[in-house]
Structure formats: C-alpha cells, structure tokens
Design a protein around this ligand. Structure first.
Ligand SMILES: [Zn+2]
Length: 190
C-alpha cells in the first residue's frame, strides 16, 4: 500500500518562525529529526550552523495529512507516534474497507492501532446504502427469507417493511453502525 503520507515538521523551527518539514510516506519510513531537517531545510541555509543544536530539534509533529490518513485526523492530531500507529493499523485493513474502519474507530474511544484493526476485522459486517438496504441485503437472510419459494417472496415483498427490519436489527440485534459519507457501516457489537 502506498500513499499514507503526512507532512512532518519540526516544532522548534516552527516556534522560531520557520516552517521546516516535508511529506513522508509513513508506510516506508518513520522520519527522524535529521530526515526532516535534511529534506525540509538544508542546515546552514537559513539557520546558523554553529548555533544549531540538534538535541533541541528532536520534537516532530504532524502538520498535515494526505489521502486515507485524512479520515483519521481526529485520532492523529499532531502526533507522529499516533500517525505511525494508524499507518500500522491500515496496512492490516483491506483498502476498500478503510472508510469503514474509520467509521468504526470514530465510535470507539481507543487508540487507532493494529489491535483495533484486528478487532474491526473480527466484527465487520458490511457497507450499505441505507438502513432499508441493510434490512433487505443482510437481515433478510437472518430471518430465512431466502429459503422461501419465489412466488411467496413476490407475494410478501410489497408488504414487508425492510427499513423497519433493518432498524430493529440495529437496535436490538447485536449490531452497531455509523453513517459516514452517505454509507451505513455495520459491525457486530463487541
Ligand atoms: Zn528544527
């Protein structure tokens, strides 16, 4: 997987009025202070090298996020450590499930890391267009709908409240769900 990049900068330089940093792909590397200063601003160009104490420039922060990482803005904040943990979690998630994982993580008050990714994979049900869609596509199976003869299904279908069935399952069937970007993501309760 590629494209999980963040703009990493140096806080000390920032407080001194210089924006020093660059985009780093966190799937490939965890940038050090030296990386950030080398890529972001060759030392000596605007800093006086004899007055530059590297030990005072160790504190790095996340200044911006790109791609799928923007779905985890709240979890990451300005923390490089949190960003690295999120990336470690995302490499365990199938790419088309990352938005679902973001919705799941947003409802759980826990750090977004590999353990949460495994918890998500164990509990995830699917993504649906609506509660009605969840009722038809998923809950109908649970109540044995598919085992009914076609003619019975056709006769009954107009009278069934698929949205009500979906809502009933969400309320009392052991599921949790979150709406994100017009999609309803559903998972089993822990
Ligand atoms: Zn610095």
């Amino acid at each position: 997987m590629t494209g999980l990049s963040a703009w990493i900068g140096c806080w000390r330089c920032y407080t001194e009025g210089r924006l020093v940093g660059d985009w780093f792909d966190l799937t490939d590397e965890r940038p050090t202070s030296a990386d950030v200063h080398q890529r972001g601003e060759p030392l000596g160009r605007t800093s006086a090298p004899d007055r530059f104490d590297p030990t005072e420039h160790e504190e790095l922060g996340v200044f911006d996020l790109n791609g799928d990482l923007t779905l985890f803005t709240d979890a990451i904040g300005e923390s490089l450590q949190a960003a690295v943990q999120v990336v470690e979690a995302l490499v365990e998630i199938e790419p088309d499930r990352i938005a679902a994982f973001a919705a799941f993580a947003a409802t759980i008050d826990e750090a977004v890391d590999s353990a949460l990714a495994r918890q998500f994979e164990d509990h995830y049900v699917g993504a649906f267009e609506s509660i009605r869609d969840f009722g038809m596509d998923y809950c109908a199976d649970l109540v044995g709908w598919e085992s009914l003869p076609d003619e019975v299904q056709q006769a009954l279908a107009p009278h069934l409240d698929w949205e009500g069935l979906g809502q009933e399952q969400l309320d009392h069937g052991g599921y949790d769900a979150a709406l994100l970007g017009q999609r309803l993501y559903v998972w089993h309760e822990s």
